[in-house]
Ligand binder design. Structure first.
Ligand code: S3P
Length: 172
């Protein structure tokens, strides 16, 4: 199956998927879609409550359902931000590559700590030492992010315009 003309943003929590995705949508006349937001809306429950009441595996399956729905709805010309752990499931990686060009937003652990401290919306980072949690999860995920992405962008100290130029260079 050939790739769609969507841009999919993947990366760790705090890598800027939602803010950069909204910027692209506003500046490049694309529609913005966020899988976490869609899952919350369609299920009438927050991500934190899904984790608390049904667990992570159940949530990963909701993510798979959402990717299938986006493919079935013939989603085109969208910038799609996906939850940081979505690519961890192999089936999701397969669906991502059908859905469009996969852009990996990267930041190192120190930068992520700065961006995520004080946040209480991400159940996988709740309690304990934030940097340790980030390092452990990042170690488990970094090869996955690398393997599923078409392009990787370092998001530290760079303007969205310049991030977009890097993407465009790749897309040409
Ligand atoms: C998760 C990332 C979150 C959300 C959920 C799990 C993860 O999305 O899907 O809390 O496993 O990394 P963001 O990456 O948008 O924060």
């Amino acid at each position: 199956m050939s790739k769609r003309n969507n841009i999919i943003l993947i990366g760790f929590m705090g890598s800027g998927k939602t803010t950069f995705g909204k910027w692209i949508a506003a500046n490049k006349k694309m529609e913005f879609v966020d899988t976490d937001e869609l899952i919350e809306k369609e299920n009438g429950i927050t991500i934190s409550d899904i984790f608390a009441s049904k667990g992570e595996v159940y949530f990963r399956n909701l993510e798979t359902d959402m990717l299938n729905k986006l493919l079935e709805r013939d989603t085109q010309n969208c910038v799609i931000s996906v939850g940081g752990g979505l690519p961890v499931k192999e089936e999701n990686r397969e669906l991502l590559s059908q859905l469009g060009t996969v852009v990996y937003l990267w930041a190192d652990a120190d930068e992520l700590v700065k961006r995520l401290s004080g946040d209480n919306t991400r159940p996988l980072l709740a309690g304990g030492n934030l940097k340790e949690k980030i390092n452990t999860l990042m170690d488990a995920r970094k090869e996955i992010y690398d393997s599923v992405s078409d392009i990787k962008i370092d998001t530290k100290d760079i303007a969205f315009n310049d991030m977009f130029s890097q993407m465009e260079e790749f897309l040409q």
